[in-house]
Design a protein around this ligand. Sequence first.
Ligand code: AMP
Length: 438
Amino acid sequence: MTVTPFQTPKGVHDILPNDHDYYTYIKKVVRHRLRQAGFKRISTPIFEFTDVFARSIGDATDIVEKEMYTFLDKKGRSLTLKPEGTAGVVRAYIEHGMKQLPRPVELYYIEPHFRYDRPQKGRYRQFWQFGYEMIGELDPALDAQVIYIANKINEDLGIDKLFDIQLNTIGSLEDRKKYIQALRDYYYGKERSLCEHCVSRLEKNPLRLLDCKNEDCMILAELAPKMTDYLSAESLEYYNDVKEYLNELEIPFTENPRLVRGLDYYSNTVFEFWDAKEGAQNAIGGGGRYDGLVEKMGGDPTPAVGFAAGIERIIAHMKREKIRVPCKDDIHVFVAQLGKEAKKKCLKLIDEMREAGIRTIGALGKGAMKDQLKLADKFNAKYTLILGITEVREGTIIIRNMQKGSQEVVKFDQVIDELVSKIGKNNLDKYTPGELLY
Ligand code: AMP
């Protein structure tokens, strides 16, 4: 019987070791920058009650209408794999009484997310996002800071020049009501020129008509009323302050009156990092202010602002730019041995080398010396230690430099010191419990 091997479901993928180097590097940069700015890490569960997302993201959004992985558990409760990070963080903020903490409460996450999207380049059904939220303060300086940190992270990753920061304000709830009415008035009578999605959006979520990618819809959106004409003096002042602070921080941005973001919970500032060449299609992240969300989810009225970015897309951009990341997995030493006595000595030696921070692989199988050396080459080891019957008898061991092909015989007791000085103390992989791994 032939068995067909399994494959991953459509739209999800394994993260293989080479790509993990990118994930590790990006996570390090994110953690470093956010820690510097006083953020603390939070992880919310992979699944939540469906209402956590439906109530926050909004019933009439693409995510809630089409893209959620929703299922019933054995007791018939509706649960959903998290499609984005903010709703869970806000749920946790309320549930754990974080309003008691000094404000703003600064939280960040690095987590997998799930959306039943149509899989294509840069669009998967499981993808990683990092994101951060500043909860509890209302000030345009915070909005500018959130954008500044995102830009800093891009700078550290070497991809900041690839993106345009698109900025807009969608005003307060009151402003938006007036604006939505103006949008409806504008679009009524033009339904025949809209795509079928936009016809239904016109009733449910008219703001989304502005960022539809259909060509006819884009032409109509171009001429549609602009949010900025419906802003209250207060919202306008807020927006102007955000821009002023961004200028102060020397962050270039493009004002985009049609940027609305896909989720319901935003208010005032919204922004996205668009690919300078491909635009919104290949955005790596976005965010904005969401002052109404905490209250909508059952907490006290609490202003907040945040950002989230997609890690797969960041990696794709880094690869496109041929940006390499350090790999810490390279093997320092391969241990080859012959004979039972040698193997016994090697077992202990390997352990001591690893304790000393030398990344070591030992061929403890039975292969011939020639095969073991070939294996050392395949593992890309810098050095190979060779311990045969003669060396055991003489209390020595051979160090072979794999690149140069040269060999030297050293005393067995001194081999670790010799290797440490060859590899260099700074290159050792020494782990002291209690010390930060990252
Ligand atoms: P959003 O909150 O939808 O703007 O998502 C923020 C970022 O997450 C996007 O800019 C993408 O980088 C990333 N992202 C969103 N959806 C997906 C997906 N289906 N596959 C891969 N990355 C995604």
